[in-house]
Ligand binder design. Structure first.
Ligand code: PMP
Length: 360
């Protein structure tokens, strides 16, 4: 019955489906619905995949020696501190499965990334949802919400879908208050995009807080959403437990070599960040000029208030070939989330929104 009560994760509509529904050319569709990297995959990843295609008949390396080695050097952690997943989503679910069960609880914020509530429910545990403050995590209230039966806390920094982030001082103040037997999962899926002095690097805090687990992904700034590679960095003890439960081949061999290649491709990462920074400014300015209120974002997306029924806007944007993301499932029925695209895609979105605004 726990499973029956789950609401499924709703991914963005595929362009082929929309094209067929709306009678549009696939190439004319702008998809800004899933916080993907608009640059497409890095040429370095594509080269690596091409070079390794002949590996397809072989099982992947279950321990991911090459990626583990490259990542542990890049992050200055021990290789044994890393747990890989089929996207960071997989790692989040693995964490919940490992620590949660019926009779215990997990804490997360209102408007937090939806996978936390799904993972907690799937493990049979209780969710304690703490009201947000200014659309972001109210860390004081979250620390106060921890009960004796709480085993895990999920934090997203920046958060999806609101784009909000908390500072290093706020995070360490929170970690100081939390019991050491409660696992704090710090989801940094958008880490690489944030350019703010006050923004904490969770991995740098692991030594000080052994109950901290940081998750990151190759899906966003590294442009590999489709190949599914994410990871957790934690103490060796926690990683040891997670690796016992992890499916041995949860990252395939082409995904691994694509990730190794882009991890060393500083130029691609810099380009991703620059395109995103400029796009965030353009989209924010466009929304402001049209009079829409938006939540200032540290990620590769912006969530804005349509001032009406967001689904009407969503539908009318679809009819113009622009796919964005409704966030009604987060309890935000008036808001839409738009991912940052290439400059021409951002302009298409703003133009379409301007036209839609006139008719609703
Ligand atoms: N955490 C957050 C906050 C996210 O927004 C996403 C992507 N929607 C993920 C985790 C999972 O991403 P992936 O499984 O592709 O690594």
């Amino acid at each position: 019955s726990g499973v029956r009560s789950l609401s499924p994760y709703l991914p963005g509509k595929p362009v082929e489906e929309l094209a067929r529904e709306q009678g549009l050319d696939v190439n004319a569709i702008v998809k800004l619905a899933s916080n993907e990297n608009p640059l497409g995959p890095a040429p370095s990843s594509l080269d690596a995949i091409e070079r390794n295609l002949s590996e397809l008949a072989r099982y992947p390396d279950g321990n991911l020696f090459n990626l583990r080695d490259a990542l542990s050097q890049k992050l200055a952690v021990q290789p044994e501190q890393i747990t890989f997943g089929n996207g960071s989503n997989d790692v989040l679910v693995l964490l919940a499965q490992s620590w949660l069960k019926p009779g215990v609880s997990a804490v997360f914020s209102q408007y937090a990334f939806v996978v936390y509530s799904i993972a907690v429910k799937a493990a049979g545990a209780e969710s304690i949802v703490v009201p947000a403050r200014n659309w972001g995590h109210d860390l004081d209230a979250m620390a106060d919400a921890v009960r004796d039966d709480t085993r895990m806390i999920f934090l997203a920094n920046p958060n999806n879908p609101t784009g909000t982030a908390f500072s290093r001082d706020e995070l360490t103040g929170f970690l100081d208050k939390v019991r050491s037997d409660v696992i704090v999962v710090l989801d940094e899926a958008y880490f690489e995009y944030v350019q703010d002095e006050e923004y904490p690097d969770g991995i740098a805090l692991l030594k000080q807080y052994p109950n901290l687990v940081v998750t990151r992904t190759f899906s966003k700034a590294y442009g590999l959403a489709g190949s599914r590679v994410g990871y957790a960095v934690s103490s060796v003890e926690i990683a040891g437990l997670l690796n016992k439960l992890r499916q041995p081949f949860n990252v395939n061999n082409l995904a691994e070599c694509a990730a190794v290649a882009v991890l060393n491709d500083d130029e691609y990462l810099e380009r991703s960040r620059a395109v995103n920074k400029e796009g965030l400014q353009t989209v924010a300015a466009g929304l402001r000029a049209m009079g829409f209120e938006y939540i200032p974002s540290m990620g590769n997306f912006i969530t804005f208030d349509t001032g009406g029924d967001a689904l009407v806007y969503y539908q009318k944007l679809l009819e113009k070939g622009v796919i964005v993301r409704p966030v009604a499932n987060y309890g935000m029925p008036g808001h839409l989330r738009v991912s940052i695209g290439l400059s021409e895609e951002n302009e298409r979105f703003l133009q379409a929104l301007e036209e839609v605004k006139k008719v609703v």
